[in-house]
Ligand binder design. Sequence first.
Ligand SMILES: NC(=O)C1=CN([C@@H]2O[C@H](COP(=O)(O)OP(=O)(O)OC[C@H]3O[C@@H](n4cnc5c(N)ncnc54)[C@H](O)[C@@H]3O)[C@@H](O)[C@H]2O)C=CC1
Ligand SMILES: [Mg+2]
Length: 281
Amino acid sequence: MTKELESLLGKFGQDAQVIEDSVLIGCSDQHEAWFALDLGLNSSSSMYASIPKPEMETELRGSFVELRKALFKLNSMDSSLLFTAQALLRWHDNHQFCSRSGQPTKKNMAGSKRVCPSNKIIYYPQMAPVVIILVSDGSRCLLARQSSFPKGLYSALAGFCDIGECIEDAIRREVAEEVGLELESLQYSASQHWPFPNSSLMIACHATVKPGHTEIQVNLRELEAAAWFSHDEVVTALRGEGPYIQQQNKTSPFSLPPKLAIAHQLIKEWVEKQACSSLPA
Ligand SMILES: NC(=O)C1=CN([C@@H]2O[C@H](COP(=O)(O)OP(=O)(O)OC[C@H]3O[C@@H](n4cnc5c(N)ncnc54)[C@H](O)[C@@H]3O)[C@@H](O)[C@H]2O)C=CC1
Ligand SMILES: [Mg+2]
């Protein structure tokens, strides 16, 4: 494989030395190590910026797709590898220099850390903890959208943990800040590494509000809209069949995050729980 890569880089006038910049992202069932290498095709400042994208697409018989768009096409195994690769390569790109000495740092072979040769400080890749919460009032769930989301797309509430905060406090603060609701109970669901905007560890939980305390006060500095959705509305949206919702004098089909996003799994889990709880005893 290294030979194939060397010959590919050679065709584009690149030195095989750049292979040393690759990072370990996993291994196959047969214990073959998998590495990722950034060819810098999107970066004008990159030292490999001279590689022309269209020619590389022809050579590889494929086409480059923006990572967020690829979310709709990838399976969970490929997406996990790609997310790790993207997050790790970007971390290396952003940690080229020691913040204490200003000297260039050096990557270890696997790419699991960088060291400053002058003062021996070790830098490790980091993830920011983010809580993601699906709030329910017993029969409906609360979904919200930011203006940057695709039209009609609603997701669970989310937010970065502040320094010194535990997960429970971050959840209660985010829900209070974004929609002005007080939570009654919390239940952990699952977690996911998410490469956007940098590298986050998404911690997903279900939550319920106190009975009768369901009035939302949308924080318009953080959200464009938030609303309670019924089980039927969510089921229809999960099937990709709308319904249409009114948004700033326009109607758009109500949609949910892609399957690979933990928000989708949280919503699906809520729908399944609702269906079970409505079955006759
Ligand atoms: N995988 C999934 O299913 C989902 C993932 N997300 C991710 O969760 C992240 C957080 O959700 P938001 O509602 O945007 O967070 P948020 O409600 O905390 O607001 C974002 C703002 O927080 C500030 N902030 C504080 N710490 C930050 C840090 N370490 N990095 C970047 N900004 C920081 C910035 O000012 C930023 O504009 C999003 O970036 C999004 O990518 C959100 C929903 C679903
Ligand atoms: Mg938020």
